[in-house]
Design a protein around this ligand. Structure first.
Ligand SMILES: Nc1nc2c(c(=O)[nH]1)N[C@H]1C(S)=C(S)[C@@H](COP(=O)(O)OP(=O)(O)OC[C@H]3O[C@@H](n4cnc5c(=O)[nH]c(N)nc54)[C@H](O)[C@@H]3O)O[C@H]1N2
Ligand SMILES: Nc1nc2c(c(=O)[nH]1)N[C@H]1C(S)=C(S)[C@@H](COP(=O)(O)OP(=O)(O)OC[C@H]3O[C@@H](n4cnc5c(=O)[nH]c(N)nc54)[C@H](O)[C@@H]3O)O[C@H]1N2
Ligand code: SF4
Ligand SMILES: [Mo]
Length: 908
């Protein structure tokens, strides 16, 4: 196995510089094969551009391996394995890189994946926190995060875990167990239901306000996530005259090939526009025109755009697509209200000022969103009906406290221009995994055999999922105060507001916290409250690959394998993320090495725990992972050249089944089994004019009566949506009534809140608006301890030079960033391309708290993002108000020089 120096603490400074230069070169080159670029992680500087030592003739083999985190992309990695040791990583080289068959090339994180798998902070053995003992009497919870650790055996670890779970479930009931993560992972799927259920959060960390009402409005949610499949495919995007990135940053948030699709559109002549608070790297790459807009003010901006479209249409015509409004929408004005409308109010009257006396003019919006008046007018004309406009929004625009009208404002503007269902025209709330290439999947994996826990264990109330749903925006605070307001939940898949209910106060009494496959102690708002919650529990369990924040604050840590280790890696998490590959690709990667140290797969851990909890692990996991992995291949299908017929992908012979000793179907496909396994992916070719293209909403727009939108009451796009208003208002968390049409509202953490006197221009205690971009160094919290990435990407606080000068700080200075929730220490990086008054801290740093001051030394931005009762089922990460001041402390280490946190007390 490779010995790695993944911890930054053990690398020399000179090596940092060399590796940082290499990573920058990777980014700049973007396309050179990894075998020529990768270093070995040893301590001497070397020429990373040409690695003369690498010899493909040495005995070994390239194995396609997964790149598996929630990173916004899905690319190919291949690991060169010599005697069970991975010596090199490269990316997709299965075919030439052409427009038809682009390569799925890895981003810097994927190219560093070797340093992630073989990281110094991989959990090597089961561990127990020294001052904690089972039984509930020797907890010493305040020592969580600072205590020492001891190595224990697997038997001991599983026995303790099972006995603690039984004790807590017996004494306090299932609701006392909080599963700190997303419920599609194995522990909440296969173990906790059998125990009678568990507590979980309500809402969604990801989609923001796009989650709650997109379906109700008629926006695409059929693929499970709001907006996925709501825009056209990559070849159609070449037909757009104008492409608007509204808050979108594919170069960072959709690693791999998507940036290339956008680049192709640029080459094909598209003009790009970026709307948001910073001129980000994607905007810069595409030479976009920047329309500045402060965070959390997009609704005001869009309302003024709609106002201007109507004005210009009246003045000179040809801006508004009235035919589209008539055929495909309801609710534009009082003559077009839907059947279920309970009010005469409507968006037209609201825009004109007939409802609240304020016309939504560019001047009105500009005072809020900071966009120059003439930019609003220019944009309104630019997106008129006769231009082929594709507008792609980031979910980031909905991760805002007052963003409940964001989806409807976007829809309204898109409908006025008629930008749906036609070549080159699209309006879509997100572009992450399928960025720049939306559409039905052209190749899919087969279903893996599985058995539902309710069937596996007779007589058990196994449908018990989460029994307590604490609104995520107040999650930790509610746990700490022992009660929460039940305002319902929403389904992450095909979400509508139907799940929102009238508020009901309920007690909550958490005694056990369990993490697996999520990093909520880093990724949820108000991390300091989260630490308090962790420290108050009787038992905290983490099933983890690395010594993450959630592991650092646990009592028992069970080492999980990564998908590079096998055999027997559970596919549940991986399977899900595989589906995020662009529509033309599906992965069938292999494992590369044996489990590291004593790590075991989540599946095996859950299996053995079930045995100890009084169940039979074999009942719940009756099939081998080899069989299930084979099912994915055997059942894989692709869409044939006619664009509709689904056919088997892989040729499987009886001899192959016999050789593998697995159950399956003999069939004729288009690729041989061995060839597929060697390649590790299948890529469906595309060409212009083929039958595999995709135009979102094409059927609906062609004939809305025959093809109604599935979740909107009227079957049309709802510019007046009674369901939206009723759903939001039912929860009772807003100070003012939410309207059935797109409406601007001042909420907690809004721009106006940064003033004590908005009209008078007097700023308050927290005058700066913080946004928290998804960052190329990490996939959320994933990759945070990888030395190469720390060296390549600083984790500063971005500030406009004017704001920095006002505070007497400049590049590299240490500052304290303070909000009402906590403090974070960072170095300043000034950017002219950031609106004054707006600052940014990259999302995902693990928390390392200074024990004396309580400030985050590691830059964990969610220490700053506050609990917000008004945000309810979503987190308003980008609505955080802060102040910044110089911080003098000679001992602070730049991020790249900070040692990786390792479990104290455990020998390395
Ligand atoms: N590198 C990397 N990529 C990722 C992830 C990751 O962790 N790391 N996570 C993946 C996941 S799960 C998701 S959900 C997606 C999220 O993808 P997005 O939601 O698109 O990501 P963000 O980086 O939050 O926001 C993108 C840009 O929006 C702008 N922005 C921020 N706030 C506002 C606002 O209020 N208004 C406007 N107009 N613009 C604003 C900023 O310019 C920011 O750079 O990313 C995915 N991709
Ligand atoms: N401030 C701020 N916070 C945000 C956001 C933001 O924009 N700003 N974005 C939000 C968004 S969009 C999202 S989707 C959430 C994501 O929030 P999370 O889901 O909590 O984030 P991840 O870091 O992806 O969590 C997955 C972790 O599980 C672990 N893991 C991965 N695979 C396995 C496995 O097979 N077994 C085990 N045991 N562990 C595994 C890895 O440590 C990884 O870090 O973050 C949200 N948080
Ligand atoms: S975009 Fe995601 S899948 Fe692709 S290489 Fe980067 S981390 Fe891996
Ligand atoms: Mo997300």
């Amino acid at each position: 196995m490779e010995m790695t120096t993944g911890g930054t603490g053990s690398l020399s400074r000179r090596a940092f510089v060399g590796a940082a230069a290499a990573a920058t070169a990777i980014m700049a080159a973007g396309c050179a094969p990894e075998s020529k670029l990768a270093g070995t992680g040893d301590t001497e500087p070397r020429n990373y551009q040409v690695d003369a030592e690498f010899d493909e003739n040495q005995p070994g083999e390239w194995k396609p391996v997964p790149c598996w985190l929630l990173c916004g992309g899905r690319c190919q990695l291949k690991a060169y394995v010599v005697d069970g040791v991975v010596t090199r990583v490269k990316t997709d080289d299965n075919r030439e890189d052409t427009l038809e068959e682009f390569q799925n090339r890895a981003c810097p994180r994927g190219r560093s994946q070797r340093k992630h798998v073989f990281a110094a902070d991989r959990i090597k053995y089961p561990m127990k926190r020294k001052s904690w003992n089972p039984g509930g009497t020797e907890v010493n919870g305040e020592l969580r995060g600072v205590d020492e650790w001891e190595r224990i055996s697997w038997d001991e670890a599983l026995d303790i875990t099972a006995s603690e779970m039984k004790r807590i479930y017996d004494a306090y009931g299932p609701e006392a167990c909080f599963y700190s993560g997303i419920s599609f992972c194995l522990f909440p799927q296969k173990v906790l239901p059998l125990m009678g259920g568990y507590s979980n959060f309500a809402g969604c960390t990801s989609y923001g306000h796009w989650m709650l009402c997109s379906g109700d409005l008629g926006i695409s949610t059929e693929a499970g996530e709001p907006g996925v499949m709501g825009a056209n495919d990559r070849l159609d995007m070449l037909k757009a005259e104008t492409i608007v990135l509204h808050g979108l940053n594919p170069a960072w948030s959709s690693g791999g090939s998507p940036a290339f699709h956008f680049w192709r559109a640029k080459e094909a002549g598209a003009e790009f526009i970026f709307i948001g608070p910073e001129y980000n790297v994607s905007a810069s790459m595409l030479d976009a025109r920047w329309i500045p807009c402060r965070p959390n003010t997009d609704v005001a901006f869009l309302l003024a755009v709609a106002y201007e479209m109507l004005r210009l249409d009246k003045e000179k015509g040809d801006i508004v697509d009235w035919d589209f409004i008539d055929r495909c929408t309801v609710g534009f004005d009082k003559d077009r209200l839907p059947a279920d409308a309970r009010s005469e109010e409507n968006i037209y009257d609201y825009l004109m000022g007939n409802i609240d006396g304020v016309a939504k003019t560019p001047e009105w919006a500009s005072a809020i969103c900071g966009t120059p008046v003439e930019d609003i007018t220019w944009y309104a004309e630019k997106i008129g009906k006769n231009h082929a406009v594709t507008t792609l929004y980031a979910w980031a625009t909905g991760r805002n406290t007052a963003g409940e009208s964001m989806p409807q404002a976007a829809l309204t503007v898109g409908c006025l221009g008629g930008h749906f269902g036609k070549p080159g025209h699209a309006t879509n709330p997100t572009e992450i995994y399928y960025a720049g290439n939306e559409g039905n999947k052209l190749v899919s994996a087969g279903a893996m055999r599985d058995v539902a826990v309710s069937e596996a264990v007779a007589g058990n109330p196994a449908e018990n999922g989460s029994t307590v749903a604490i609104p995520l925006a107040s999650l930790w605070k509610d746990i700490n105060k022992g009660s929460y307001t039940d305002i319902g939940n929403c389904d992450w898949v095909n979400c509508t507001t139907a799940g929102m209910k009238e508020p009901e106060e309920k007690p909550v009494n958490i005694k056990m916290i369990m993490s697996q496959c999520s990093q909520f102690l880093t990724t949820m708002v108000d991390v300091n409250e989260g630490i308090k919650a962790f420290r108050s529990a009787e038992f905290v369990l983490s099933m983890s690959q690395h010594f993450t924040t959630s592991s650092q604050y646990a009592d028992i840590v069970l080492p999980s394998t990564t998908p590079w280790e096998g055999p027997g890696y559970d596919q549940s998490f991986l399977q899900l993320t595989y589906n995020f590959a662009n529509r033309e690709t599906m992965y069938f990667a292999s494992w590369a090495v044996a489990p590291l140290f004593e790590a075991r797969s989540d599946r095996d851990i859950c299996h053995d725990l079930l045995d100890r909890l009084g169940f039979n692990g074999d009942d719940v996991f009756p099939y081998s992972e080899e069989q299930r992995e084979f099912d994915r291949i055997n059942g894989a299908t692709f869409i044939d050249e006619d664009g509709v017929t689904s056919r088997p992908l892989v040729t499987i012979t009886q001899e192959k089944l016999d050789e593998l000793g697995l159950d399956g179907t003999v069939q004729e496909g288009v690729i041989d089994y061995d060839e597929l396994v060697k390649r590790g992916l299948y890529h469906v070719p595309r060409s212009e004019g083929d039958n595999r293209g995709y135009i979102a909403y094409a059927d609906f727009v062609a004939d809305p009566e025959a093809n109604p939108r599935p979740f909107s009451t009227s079957g049309k796009f709802e510019l007046y949506c009674q369901t939206k208003a009723d759903g939001y208002n039912r929860m009772g968390i807003y100070k003012e009534e939410i309207k059935p049409y797109a409406c601007y509202r001042v909420g907690e953490g809004c721009y106006q809140d940064s003033f004590t006197d908005f009209e008078g221009g007097v700023k308050g205690e927290f005058p700066l608006q913080l946004y928290t971009p998804h960052y190329l160094r990490r996939a959320h919290a994933g990759f945070d301890s990888v030395g190469w990435l720390r060296q390549a990407f600083e984790n500063p606080v971005y500030m406009n030079p004017l704001d920095a000068a006002d505070r007497g700080v400049s590049d590299g200075d240490w500052v304290l960033v303070r909000s009402k929730a906590g403090g974070v220490l960072r170095q300043v990086s000034t950017m002219e391309t950031l609106m004054p008054g707006v600052v940014g801290i990259p999302h995902g740093s693990w928390q390392e708290m200074d024990p004396e001051t309580g400030y985050s030394k590691s830059g964990c931005e969610n220490v700053l993002c506050p609990t917000s009762y008004e945000s309810g089922l979503m987190n308003g990460y980008n609505s955080t108000l802060v102040e910044i001041e110089r911080y003098e402390d000679q001992d602070l280490l730049a991020d790249k020089d900070r040692p990786v946190v390792l479990p104290a007390g455990i020998e390395e």
